[in-house]
Design a protein around this ligand. Structure first.
Ligand code: ADP
Ligand code: MG
Length: 701
């Protein structure tokens, strides 16, 4: 089958709705999707019926409200279409408008950060008709998935979707005000467009099954860096191996069926690391699709005897995985507000948008950094191969030059242009160069007609980063519109405002090497926040500045913000606790017994040799025996210390205080246990080592 035939075949998309819904119902539903008009329950009834028929024709037996609780993944409870049998004993397939619109999962079983006590269990899922329903096909059969938002009985958001949708509405309202100021009367809607590039690792499933750390925590907790890592640069964009190619092909087909436009695939920097990028889509759909991408990657990998690692840093010493969140603002009639055109200095609307974004990112750098905080990302950010934990903006030569002109003289009169690429070979076509080079080290880079937020971790939802981005830009647009709508002379006022914003917030612009130590010092001089750990970043959620921002646009209440902070601390504590327990388990039940077996063998062989020949030189064996035994006793000491640290942290009252205990005491104790273990891995006979090494995992896929 061709891509065109496969694409979207499992999606209840616009063309299916147009074909299956009565004209009037279709038109009403479109108004809700496109203009946010409140949905009439009668309409929902008709849509539910059409959706059910369509799903059952394709073999569906169950449906689910598919939602995104604060666990980072998705949740689903399957209900069959079966209803109580009638007098004939036959069952009717039923699915009502009410079932489409509303579900009632038990809210107390999902993270709520104290918003819900166990006895206050009621929660609701409500249909998000702006993201199309789809069919998932797997071992459980065919399942109709209805994207929904998840709220508590009292209306607080308990998921990623609700605040995201709220932020999209806020941004739409404020962005339209900006467009109107510049005389645009035709655009009806502005939508944040998002294209998240997903990085991942693939390893052999049999080997994966031999490592408890991978099974329980998603990353390796022990492991020496192999002799070859990515020093020779032969993996990035390298030829895709057959087994991986087969995986990619099946993954693409599965995603295309779900209407996910998987577009680009390539090998990444580290061995066994790869990337998939979809074509950008409206933020809420992109967030849904990204969840589907991650889920499908895992599923397809398992089917093919592989395991897909989405952890941000599965292997210490090898490159980690992120999710580059490409973001722009597009109107319903095809205008990208982040497109500077050929001559940005002449595009006043673009310059205002840019100035607003710089202001937003500078004022709320702490919130943006927090939005990318997740436990796995701790090991990636600031590790000299991923953005540092400092937020800065890369503009590139062309825009930086325009900004400099504006700051120094109040107006910009010229834009640098790209020119031609000189290859020195006459038979190669002459290429027009971009006006700006790229910068891989920036956490927030302008890339032509979009910003790329590169801090986000590979396993994390892109829901929160986009909610924050939308919110902070909505605020800056709102403040600009408040001034400009009152201005007597718009031309003058807009120039003044652009200059003011750029001057006040230029400290956020940085075009140099974000991985360097000089930048860390320079950023400190500029007063930019540098919250190294996730637990230092979390308080940004509950500052007065943050509460004012989110309340103003109805995105989060103070209670919701406090609950999100609590959920983050909890997630940190739980993850580190599982990691610590897993390490102790592997050390005491696997590594230490293996090393003892090795030393026993070594000692026996020394005895054997000396009893056969008293003069034989056994200095090598003896030296090795001493070295290994020393490391073994270091391990034993570190193991006891880790056990104490873990117990103390687990007993600590207060989630925030507990998180700090884990961070300050358990994490260093884990590192101390790992050090001798990794050294032992280098010394001990590999036939005895109890689990596959990094080399086995990443080079033998
Ligand atoms: P690059 O190589 O510059 O990162 P790509 O064209 O490969 O650019 O795009 C990377 C990701 O950015 C893709 O997911 C793509 O769909 C997305 N993208 C491209 N243009 C936009 C845009 N205007 N808004 C949001 N995302 C975009
Ligand atoms: Mg990119």
């Amino acid at each position: 089958m061709s891509i065109a035939e496969i694409f979207g075949q499992n999606v209840f998309n616009d063309s299916v709705m147009r074909e299956r819904l009565p004209k009037k119902v279709y038109a009403e539903l479109r108004k809700t999707i496109d203009e946010g008009k409140t949905l009439d329950p009668m309409i929902a009834e008709v849509v539910a019926n059409a959706m059910k028929d369509w799903a059952i024709e394709r073999g569906a037996t169950h449906y689910t409200h598919w939602f995104q609780p604060l666990t980072g993944t998705t949740a689903e409870k399957h209900d069959s279409f079966v209803s109580a049998p009638g007098p004939s004993g036959k069952t009717l397939m039923e699915f009502s408008g009410k079932e489409l619109i509303k579900g009632e999962p038990d809210a107390s079983s999902f993270p709520s950060g104290g918003l819900r006590a166990t006895f206050e269990a009621r929660g609701y899922t409500t249909w998000d008709c702006t993201s199309p329903a789809f069919l998932k096909e797997d071992a459980t059969g065919v399942l109709l998935c209805i994207p929904t938002a998840f709220c508590s009985y009292t209306g607080e958001a308990l998921d990623q979707k609700t605040p995201l949708l709220r932020s999209m509405e806020a941004l739409n309202t404020q962005a339209l005000r900006i467009l109107r100021l510049f005389g645009n009367t035709t655009s009806k809607k502005v939508t944040p467009m998002v294209g998240p590039e997903q990085e991942y690792f693939l390893v052999d499933r049999e080997k994966w099954l031999k490592r408890d750390d991978l099974i329980f925590t998603g990353r390796t907790l022990f492991g020496a860096v192999p002799p070859k890592a990515h020093d020779v640069e032969d993996h990035y964009f390298g030829q895709i191996r057959e087994r991986v190619g087969g995986f990619m092909q099946e993954l693409n087909t599965e995603l295309w069926k779900l209407g996910v436009s998987a577009k680009t695939q390539h090998n990444e920097v580290a061995p066994a690391q790869h990337e998939l990028a979809p074509i950008y889509a409206p933020a809420n759909i992109a967030v849904d699709h990204n969840q589907l991408i991650m889920e499908t990657m895992k599923k397809v990998a398992n089917r093919r005897g592989l395991s897909c690692l989405l952890s941000e840093k599965p292997f210490a010493g090898l490159s980690g995985s992120g999710k580059h969140n490409n973001w722009s603002l597009c109107t319903d009639d095809g205008i990208n507000m982040l497109d500077p055109g050929k001559l940005p200095h002449d595009n006043i609307q673009f310059l205002l948008v840019l100035a607003c974004i710089l202001k937003a990112v500078d004022i709320h750098a702490d919130l943006l950094r927090e939005s990318a905080a997740d436990v796995g990302n701790e090991h990636r950010l600031g590790a000299h191969e991923a953005p540092p934990t400092i937020i800065s903006v890369f503009l590139g030569e062309q825009l930086e030059d325009v900004v400099e002109q504006l700051i120094s003289t109040g107006s910009a009169t010229r834009s640098k242009v790209g020119g031609l690429l000189e290859t020195g070979v006459s038979s190669l076509p002459a290429l027009q160069k971009d006006a700006t080079d790229r910068n891989r080290t920036s956490p927030f880079a302008f890339t032509g007609n979009k910003f790329e937020f590169r801090m986000v971790g590979s396993r994390d939802s892109v829901g929160e980063p986009n909610t924050v981005l939308n919110a902070i830009v909505a605020e800056a647009f709102c403040e600009a519109a408040d001034v400009l709508e009152q201005a007597d002379n718009f031309e003058l006022a807009v120039h003044d405002l652009i200059k003011e914003y750029l001057t006040d917030h230029q400290r956020i612009i940085f075009n140099g090497n974000g991985y360097s130590d000089e930048w860390i010092a320079e950023a400190a001089r500029r007063g930019l926040p540098n919250n190294k750990s996730m637990i230092d970043a979390i308080p940004a959620l509950t500052t007065e500045k943050s509460a004012k921002l989110f309340e103003k646009f109805g995105i989060f209440t103070r209670a919701e913000l406090a609950s999100r902070a609590e959920v983050q601390y909890e997630a940190y504590c739980k993850a580190i606790n599982i990691e610590a327990l897993t390490m102790m388990d592997m050390a005491s039940k696997q590594i230490i017994p293996a090393v003892i077996e090795y030393t026993t063998g070594l000692a026996a062989s020394i005895n054997e040799v000396t009893s056969a020949c008293a003069d034989a030189d056994v200095s090598v064996q003896t030296e090795l025996l001493i070295q290994v035994s020393d490391l073994l006793s270091d391990m034993k000491v570190a193991l006891s210390k880790l056990a104490v640290a873990e117990e103390t942290a687990a007993a600590q009252e207060g989630t925030k205080e507990k998180a700090h205990k884990y961070h300050d005491e358990v994490v260093p104790a884990m590192e101390a246990l790992r050090r001798p273990a990794d050294e032992l891995e280098r010394l001990v006979d590999r036939r005895i080592w109890p689990f596959p090494t990094y080399g086995d995992l990443v080079f033998e896929v």
